[in-house]
Design a protein around this ligand. Sequence first.
Ligand code: ATP
Ligand code: MG
Length: 234
Amino acid sequence: MIRTSDLCRRFHVGDTLVHALDHVDLSIDKGDFVAVMGPSGSGKSTLMNMLGCLDTPDEGSYRLIGQEVAELDDTALSRTRNRHIGFVFQSFHLLPRLTALQNVLLPLRFSDVDPMLAQDRGKRLLDRLGLSDRMDHRPNQLSGGQRQRVAIARALINEPPLLLADEPTGNLDSKTSVEIMELFTELNDGGQTILMVTHEEEIAAYAKRLIRMRDGKIEQDTVRNEQAPMEARH
Ligand SMILES: Nc1ncnc2c1ncn2[C@@H]1O[C@H](COP(=O)(O)OP(=O)(O)OP(=O)(O)O)[C@@H](O)[C@H]1O
Ligand SMILES: [Mg+2]
């Protein structure tokens, strides 16, 4: 599904050049559930933005579902993003004036999906995520865990092959974090490919594969319950 080779992203900060991504080789297969860990500044968010087509590489290749992302123009890039990627963020990013259901339907606003069908799909998804009695609530009337579930429903409304989550439990208490991870596990059991960034080992433990980053490089890539680094999977 994803294959990067020699992926580089650099930032000029004052006089220094920061290698946020330094020749990253990474493959992710359909059905993977990957946790990305690493110290602050190691390049985790930069990698997520790159894989999510929010940013483009300075060097190297990124193929998403067979398509070389660097070759896409802006229109094609946003179409690819809409179709293939669902995003979940630490701070939910819900629109405060919209209801849960309206937030979930946002990504379909400019699509050609029939509005009635869209409503139906949104309701079914919220129902599946345990929010059937919260559809008409606004974000400030929801708990943190409920807000994150609305954000997850919004990320999934287009049925994207890849779900990217940058510290999805960063603003949640531990009990709610576990609920969100159980939901991710359930989605992954249903075939959803997931890549998430986390600072917490207990959260990473829900993933099937763990990637550790340092200084813009992949330092370790292991499958859960195995000690040996999976060099071959890079
Ligand atoms: N837009 C930017 N402009 C300049 N430097 C940037 C930019 N984005 C990231 N960086 C730098 O790139 C490096 C990697 O940043 P990144 O946000 O990917 O780290 P991270 O692993 O997500 O850290 P954290 O755990 O704190 O979220 C850092 O040194 C950061 O300062
Ligand atoms: Mg980050």
